[in-house]
Every structure is written in C-alpha cells, then in structure tokens.
Design a protein around this ligand. Structure first.
Ligand SMILES: [Zn+2]
Ligand SMILES: [Zn+2]
Length: 320
C-alpha cells in the first residue's frame, strides 16, 4: 500500500498559534484512518485537502476533551457535505454516550451511517484484506488505548519477462498471478505465483500511543515498528509532573522506541510551554537518534519496504 501520514494537530491539552489539538491521519489511495479528533481538525483537513467523503475509520485513544472535541463538528460537517459512505468509530467505553448526547442536543441528522465500536477487550479490533488494527491499554490517568496499524505482508514484485518466458499470455492470467493465484496456461502448464514474482514484502507497522506514560507491555506491542508516534508532553526536567499527569518525556519515549527496535520515532502532544522544541529533540536523540518532533502539517510519504524473507529489521529507514 502507498501510505501517507499527516499530522493535523500536535499540541497537548490546549492549542497554540502553531499547534492544533491532537489529530493524526494515515492515508492510502482508497482509505484513511484518523487517530484522535482534536478541536479544529476540520480546518486542518481542509488545509491539507483531506477528503470528507473517503472511506474512513476513526480511532480515539481516550475521552479527554483535547482528543475528542473535534469529532462532533467533523461528523456534522460530513453530513452537511452530504457524505454517503458509512464511518466506523473506535474508542473507549463512553464514546457512544458522548456522541448520542451531542446528536440529541444538536438535533442534527446525519446523511450516512455511523458504527460505534467501544473497546471492551484490547487486541485486534479491525482485520481487513490488507491490514489489521490492534490495540493495547496504555497508561494514562483514565482508560486509554494505543493503536497499531499493521499492513499484512505484501505480494512481491511481478516480473513480466518471466511470465513471457513461461508462455503465459498477457491479460487475465497475469492479473491472477499478481493477486497470488495459481494459473494454468493455454498449453496446460500449471504456474505458481512465485515463478514470476519476487518474495513477499514485509508490511508497514505504525504505532500511535495517544497520551501515556511508559508501560511494560509496550515494547512487545510495538516490536520492530517502522514508526512510533509517541506522547512527549514534558521535557526530562519535568519527569515527576509527567508521571503525575500520565504523560511521557523525550527520554522515556526514546527508550520505548529503542527497546521496541523501532526505526523512527515521532514525538507529538507537545505542551504549549515549548514554543521551541530543540531541547525535547536533544533529550530524545541522546537515546534514539532517528527522532523527529512533529509539527502541524508535517507529512511523511511512507516508502514500500523492499522484498524480504526476513521479518526483522529489513524495511528501509524512513527518509525524512
Ligand atoms: Zn491529551
Ligand atoms: Zn489525556
């Protein structure tokens, strides 16, 4: 899948002139996944030309206002734009009550179906043909979840010259092989996809922590992630404050990335007290070099991993 990550809101708790409230979107050509829905998400979507009509799933990490208050407005705007595509929303217990209450108060009619899935048990909550979404309880001040987007192993590269050499006529039979199906040629030869295609490619794994302080099960959950998007509300000198408020510091986030054998760490949920983030970056990089501080509208085109048979450490580094 061609994937693109766009940070729509990178502030913590309160917005600043430069940072909107938490919202991150992952896109493929056919679908998009929104992680948290902070206030102002709609304008950020308009600014980045993100569709209000595309197939969309929304994942909420927890019910603090900075992460969900953009949702009612977004749903209403989608209706005003006459959206028809249904939408799936995932989040902690209570999200349904919140949305029903908003809808009853606003007396707004939607033009599309909403399916609300309250997370009762962490684990795999979405499984589609090409990817799955897994969740784990994180460690914040209220019930809160981290999410993993895991692309399934992708079929390898198709080599037309090999297909021609095996006397497979171009067209329907090539398409079947490219989908991983075994075919029979007009001359009665059975051809397996591996005869004309490279090895499977490892899928992309992206972790979105939401608000959390470090927790023990994280490194297994995030093992070998290509990208970890991690809470980084306070700098290292405010570790006690971070602990009390259920947040992380740069060093803590960097250790999580290092221990997970991740490739790239992106820090977000930055407190408004940091108009400049050099200090945060410096503290994280001492432990995990490939760290980035997210800014609003920061966009990352995620390259498809190269062919491999090995499941560890084989995807290329993300070029920033
Ligand atoms: Zn927050
Ligand atoms: Zn929170």
């Amino acid at each position: 899948m061609n994937l693109r990550l766009i940070f729509l809101g990178t502030s913590a708790a309160v917005p600043t002139l430069k940072r909107s409230l938490p919202a991150t979107i992952l896109q493929s050509p056919t679908e998009q996944w929104i992680f948290d829905c902070g206030e102002n998400i709609q304008r950020q979507m308009i600014a980045t030309k993100i569709s209000f009509h595309k197939k969309t799933k929304i994942f909420l990490t927890h019910l603090h206002g900075d992460h969900i208050l953009g949702l009612p407005g977004l749903l209403q705007t989608m209706a005003l734009m006459d959206r028809k595509n249904p939408i799936q929303i995932y989040g902690p217990l209570g999200i349904k009550k919140f949305l029903v209450c908003c809808q009853q108060t606003l007396k707004s009619e939607l033009t599309y179906q909403i399916e609300i899935n309250e997370i009762i048990k962490p684990g795999i909550i979405v499984e589609e043909e090409q990817y799955l979404i897994e969740t784990i309880k994180s460690n914040h001040t209220i019930e809160s979840y981290s999410y993993a987007f895991e692309e399934k192993p992708q079929l390898g590269e198709f080599f037309p010259e090999k297909a021609t050499a095996l006397e497979i006529p171009e067209g329907e039979l090539w398409a079947k092989l490219q989908k991983g199906e075994t075919i029979t040629t007009p001359k009665g030869k059975t051809i397996n996809p591996h005869q004309v295609m490279g090895p499977n490619r490892q899928g992309i794994k992206i972790i979105y922590t939401g608000d959390t302080k470090p927790f023990d099960t994280f490194t297994t959950f995030a093992n070998n992630a290509d990208i970890i998007i991690h809470d980084c509300t306070f700098d290292d000198t405010l570790t006690t404050k971070a602990e009390l408020n259920g947040h992380s510091t740069p060093s803590q986030a960097a250790n999580q990335a290092k221990n997970s054998n991740a490739k790239t760490l992106i820090l977000t949920h930055i407190s408004a007290r940091y108009p400049y983030t050099e200090l945060l970056l410096e503290q994280a990089k001492k432990i995990f070099k490939n760290t980035i501080i997210a800014e609003d509208f920061y966009t990352l085109n995620i390259p498809t991993p190269t062919s491999t048979n090995n499941s560890t450490n084989t995807a290329p580094s993300i070029n920033i």
